[in-house]
Write a protein that binds this ligand. Structure first.
Ligand code: PMV
Length: 357
């Protein structure tokens, strides 16, 4: 892969009048089978599957103009923020062999999230994929191409921030090589849209904000802790098994299996952090209260509502679109009491990145 894209990199002289502004909006995603543990350059230890979200997005613009050397400024929500921009700048410098033209450009990056910064929702998947889409679009303008290559966008999004590889595709994506899915790769995600039952194409994700604090362990540190985790080999075996069974359930619309795997994956992710050294407990008391209430609600109503968790205390409630009224009532009447200031975000499976400018 790398060779193809190094070979096709634009190495010409950037024309003096080359300038413009590109914008992309890209969504966050929520993993069902989790990526936790990596090797080499952002290669996952096991494959993962996610829903692409719709409402939680990053909107990123790059203004560019010809310059004598690489110039870079980063603005977050209207204010210059070199600390936030540092990860993008490092990515560009690390991978300049693929994008040598950046050394003849001055870039001004402006980014904002549609979800509040204090919502505890990780924004690296949405922001890094939005940035990569803009960068590839600039390259396309230089070489005279029109269509964005989504596989390439996923590949470079992965290098910028692992799970960002999956945000590039509509509905659902699989990232990581598995024998159960032809064309799957550790280097980029592939779209699952054509291999899932229609019920999943409009699935809802209501995100309950149990804490708005930033995570106490970064995902980079969390992945690193898997290297010495005694349960890591068993985890990777089980994740592969879960991928196989989830792919089948996604195809047939088997909600019992979907719920079973999704909840087990969320709890495994947290269990792995609890038995890492040092260990981390990322759930809060209200996370557990919500989990218990969700399971009771499911038993009592037979509504196929289930939960998943990211590497933090907030709870993602997943359910079919036709259950939205009853689940909304349940959230408003009961679960919102466990959220900071009663806050939750109504999201759903979405159509992937959109071009803004
Ligand atoms: O993409 P990263 O390095 O931030 O890791 C993401 C890890 C999880 O969000 C916990 C799981 C996943 O697969 O998205």
């Amino acid at each position: 892969m790398e060779n193809i894209w190094i070979n096709e990199a634009y190495r010409g002289v950037v024309p003096n009048d080359f300038q413009g502004k590109i914008g992309w909006s890209s969504p966050s995603n929520i993993a069902l089978v989790k990526y936790w543990g990596k090797k080499g350059k952002q290669i996952p230890q096991n494959p993962s599957i996610s829903f692409t979200l719709s409402e939680c997005r990053s909107e990123t613009f790059i203004s560019f103009e010809k310059a004598d050397s690489f110039g870079f400024r980063f603005f977050f929500e209207g204010k210059e923020n070199p600390a936030f921009g540092a990860k993008i700048e490092k990515f560009l410098l690390d991978y300049q062999a693929f994008f040598p033209f950046i050394n003849q450009l001055s870039l001004k990056v402006e980014s904002r999230n549609t979800f509040p910064h204090s919502s505890g929702i990780a924004s690296s998947a949405s922001s890094m994929s939005a940035f990569v889409m803009c960068l590839l679009e600039i390259e396309n303008q230089l070489v005279g191409k029109v269509e964005l290559d989504l596989q390439k966008a996923s590949y470079f999004s992965r290098l910028a921030s692992g799970s960002a590889a999956r945000s590039v595709f509509p509905k659902m994506a699989l990232w990581g090589a598995t024998d159960c899915y032809k064309g799957s790769s550790d280097e980029y995600a592939v779209p699952l849209e054509n291999d899932i039952h229609p019920i999943f194409k409009t699935y809802r994700d209501s995100i309950l904000i149990v804490s708005g604090e930033t995570k106490s362990v970064s995902s980079r540190a969390g992945h690193g802790l898997m290297e010495n985790n005694p349960y890591a080999p068993a985890r990777y075996t089980q994740a592969n098994e879960n991928i196989k069974n989830l792919l089948a359930a996604l195809k047939s619309g088997d909600l019992d299996t979907f719920i079973n795997i999704t909840e087990s994956e969320a709890l495994q992710l947290h269990a792995l952090m609890m038995c890492s050294n040092p260990s981390f407990i990322l759930m809060k008391p209200n996370t557990l209260r919500i989990i218990e209430a969700v399971r009771n609600f499911r038993n009592e109503t037979r509504i196929p509502l289930c939960f998943t968790l990211d590497a933090g205390p907030n709870v993602h409630l997943l359910y079919p679109e036709n259950e939205v009224e009853q689940v909304d009532d349940f959230i408003k009447n009961i679960l919102a009491n466990y959220c900071v200031e009663g806050r939750w975000i109504a999201d759903h499976v979405g159509d992937g990145p959109k071009k803004l400018a």
